[in-house]
Ligand binder design. Structure first.
Ligand SMILES: Nc1ncnc2c1ncn2[C@@H]1O[C@H](COP(=O)(O)OP(=O)(O)OP(=O)(O)O)[C@@H](O)[C@H]1O
Length: 356
């Protein structure tokens, strides 16, 4: 994320519903007056300030509203706790390009571009709150509208998560039958990535929603549990070279929308490029790391050591208790737990147990 995008994100969090700053902005909106507010009393900002007066009072919504009634800008400390200046005229470089028309908004955009600090406007005529950071500009959405977008995204996430559960059960069964194809792997990773994207979209809404987003945050937590580690396990199981795990995770996250719907792009990311679509029906052997992660109380270091020694799930299934004991940290008791769990998982995937 760029520095400006990161700064914008913190500014949106600072003025989420439930904060004093947002309370002040809403009072200004309700009062049909406007405001020009700078977040952060930095040297760069001070060099653009003329006139007005300094003060050092705690930021409250009511004070912000009163001070914004005066002409000019209000400056707030970088920690958003104090109002440091009011009634200030801002004098940014007039040669800086601005696409705004009114003086308040032109000044805000130029100040943000010149100093990199977030600048907020409340438009008296349009009754909208806008945040400027560097070249970025964002108009705040009413909490009700944000809530309905977040709820819609949450419904989608719920549906996708259900489908992913089904995909993962199918993958587990096919893995045990040594008949997974590239298509199943790519489809599962595709769904996992879509889920990650919806999750991150909802997290963005939650940051803007502040205290209004509590219930959605709880539901999101519930749905997201373990998703990231499960995705990493599937990649580990199928990636051609385990050294490229991090790059693969990043490449998957960076795929544009068009490439994400193309299963070939996803196969290529895990090191299995395809020439034509029938290549997707090629069978592929899992390493069995996800299966090992389902063995109760098995530490990650042992999962890694076992997987370094035997590189496919088919090999793991044939291991005897004696074989397993060759791994450091695996005694007879742990070896029998691993073997039992592998056998149980294999049995659970048999046609008699599954029904197909
Ligand atoms: N350079 C500046 N420094 C501080 N305050 C300013 C500056 N320019 C404008 N303002 C404040 O903005 C107020 C409104 O100005 P103007 O109507 O031109 O802005 P606007 O962008 O059209 O905003 P609105 O949508 O609220 O009308 C001014 O009365 C003044 O208080």
């Amino acid at each position: 994320m760029s520095l400006d995008a990161e700064m914008m994100r913190s500014a949106l969090i600072a003025l989420a519903p439930g904060t004093e700053l947002r309370d002040g902005l809403e009072r200004i909106q309700r009062g049909h007056t406007g405001a020009l507010i700078v977040l952060g009393n930095t040297e760069a900002i001070q060099s653009l300030c003329s006139g007005g007066f300094s003060l050092d009072v705690e930021l409250t919504g009511a004070r912000l509203r009163e001070l914004a009634k005066m002409d000019g800008a209000v400056v707030i400390s970088a920690d958003h706790k104090h109002i440091t200046h009011a009634n200030v005229q801002l004098l940014p470089d007039s040669s800086i390009h601005t696409s705004e028309s009114g003086m308040r908004h032109r000044t805000a955009e130029r100040t943000a571009r010149q100093t990199g600090q977030p600048v907020i406007t409340v438009s008296a005529s349009m009754r909208v709150i806008t945040v400027f950071v560097g070249d970025l500009r964002k108009t705040l959405i009413e909490p009700e509208a944000l809530l309905s977008r977040a709820n819609l995204a949450l419904d989608t996430l719920e549906r996708y998560t259900q489908r992913l559960d089904e995909d993962l059960s199918t993958l587990t069964i096919l893995e045990q039958r040594d008949s997974v194809t590239l298509r199943e792997v790519a489809t599962t990773l595709q769904r996992m990535e879509m889920i990650r994207r919806i999750h991150s979209e909802i997290s963005g809404y939650l940051e803007e929603l502040g205290s209004e987003g509590r219930l959605i945050a709880l539901q999101l937590d519930d749905l997201a549990r373990g998703a990231a580690s499960e995705r990493a396990l599937v990649i580990r199981d199928y990636i051609r070279s385990a050294d490229h795990l991090e790059q693969a995770e990043k490449a998957l996250s960076d795929l544009d929308g068009e490439s994400l719907v193309n299963l070939g792009s996803i196969s290529a990311i895990v090191g299995h490029p395809i020439v034509d679509s029938s290549d997707l029906d090629r069978t592929i052997a899992p390493r069995g790391i996800r299966v090992l992660s389902m063995v109760p109380r098995l530490p990650w270091s042992i999962i890694e050591a076992i997987s370094n020694q035997w590189s496919t799930l088919a090999q793991l299934r044939d291991l005897s208790i004696e074989d397993l004991q060759r791994i450091e940290g695996v005694g007879p008791y742990r070896a029998s737990i691993i073997r039992d769990s592998l056998q149980r998982q294999h049995l659970a995937a048999s046609p008699e147990s599954v029904g197909w």
